[in-house]
Ligand binder design. Structure first.
Ligand SMILES: Nc1ncnc2c1ncn2[C@@H]1O[C@H](COP(=O)(O)OP(=O)(O)OP(=O)(O)O)[C@@H](O)[C@H]1O
Ligand SMILES: [Mg+2]
Length: 236
């Protein structure tokens, strides 16, 4: 197993954002993580990536404990955070070199050039990040997430705000990356999950309400959107 989440609870003050969440993701899987706004997706992703400590429970990534072996976990995980925070005043290659140095990468220039090519940034590579369009910034975010060749990729809404062309290119890239990495991605676009993932996990109000292969989850004549709405509708 690449990711094993066991009984994770997260409290922000009095608010319980996650309530005893357990799930696991095997190596090489691409899993869609769905849930309404405020369900706890980003919170769990941050805990998996060692950005936030849990209030209770344990998480292992590639057999390593996120609290006890956090530095080792960070080497194995690539993370594209929600809203893709980037240093807008840095040049694309300068930023990727900066990130690469955190990981003490050998042959940094070569690795940066590979990332630029892999994420389709070649024509924009000499610009400042602040000059790039949203789709190209998203590519920079993906490039920084994979520069150290992590085994596990955590992508928090990686395709938000992309035009249809960029959308299909980024989806294809994620699918390609998923051939030899474990990928967990959150999204609000149901077609995206159907296009990229074999399995979906649905969270609602901090609790997992579904975890299954998409083909098993969506019965004949239904859509994933319908299943999602049924499982997450507010109880009055
Ligand atoms: N740093 C924080 N301090 C206090 N509350 C927080 C904090 N971060 C998140 N929350 C709360 O925890 C709950 C879960 O938030 P989270 O960002 O994990 O949801 P999400 O599923 O990612 O939603 P979205 O689809 O809108 O991105 C929300 O009610 C949110 O307000
Ligand atoms: Mg979120």
């Amino acid at each position: 197993m690449s990711i094993v989440v066991s009984n994770i609870t997260k409290e922000y003050g009095k608010q319980k954002a996650l309530n005893k969440v357990s799930l696991s993701v095997s190596s090489g899987e691409i899993v869609g993580f769905l849930g309404p706004n405020g369900a706890g997706k980003s919170t769990l992703m941050k805990i998996i990536c060692c950005y936030l400590p849990p209030s209770e429970g344990t998480i292992k990534v590639c057999g390593l404990d996120v609290m006890e072996q956090s530095m080792e976990v960070r080497k194995k995980v690539g993370y594209l955070p929600e809203h893709n925070p980037l240093y807008l005043d840095m040049y694309v290659k300068e930023y990727l070199e900066f990130v690469g140095r955190f990981y003490h990468l050998q042959n940094l220039n070569k690795r940066v050039a590979e990332m630029v090519e892999m994420t389709g940034l070649t024509v924009e590579q000499n610009k400042k990040i602040g000059q790039l369009s949203k789709g190209y910034r998203q590519r920079v975010g993906l490039a920084q997430a994979i520069i150290h060749d992590p085994q596990v990729l955590i992508l928090d809404e990686p395709t938000t705000g992309l035009d249809p062309n960029q959308l299909s290119e980024i989806r294809a890239l994620i699918k390609e990356l998923g051939k030899n990495k474990t990928v967990m991605l959150s999204t609000h676009i149901m077609q995206e999950v159907e296009a990229i993932c074999e399995r979906a996990i649905i969270i609602n109000k901090g609790e997992i309400v579904a975890d299954n292969s998409i083909s098993d989850m969506v019965k004949k004549g239904e859509t994933l959107e319908k299943v999602f709405q049924e499982l997450t509708k507010a109880v009055k």
